[in-house]
Design a protein. Structure first.
Length: 97
């Protein structure tokens, strides 16, 4: 069966998110019949609440590569560069090549 990315709306926060073809294939493989009702962020918050874990504390930083503001789940230390997700992914792919 061929899957196509679909736009869904989160029932918690109302934001539109993408239910990717890969996620759809995963859901079908696991026998899950219903599509997700919450965006990934709301699902993570709900999972942490269900497990009794504290919410993650995010820290604002500026990306060392592109200068964009972003947040990270750790306190930056030792004057080491911190990157936004897209720049980090680019650097990781370049390091593997």
């Amino acid at each position: 069966m061929s899957y196509v990315d679909r736009q869904l709306s989160c029932r918690e926060c109302g934001v539109t998110f993408v239910f990717t073809a890969g996620e759809q294939a995963f859901f079908a493989e696991k026998g899950l019949m219903h599509e997700p009702q919450r965006c990934p962020e709301c699902r993570a918050v709900r999972r942490r609440e269900r497990l009794g874990l504290q919410p993650r504390e995010m820290h604002p930083v500026i990306c060392a590569a592109c200068g964009a503001p972003t947040t990270v789940p750790f306190v930056p230390r030792y004057e080491r560069p911190v990157y936004c997700s897209p720049c980090f992914d680019r650097l990781r792919v370049a390091a593997q090549a």
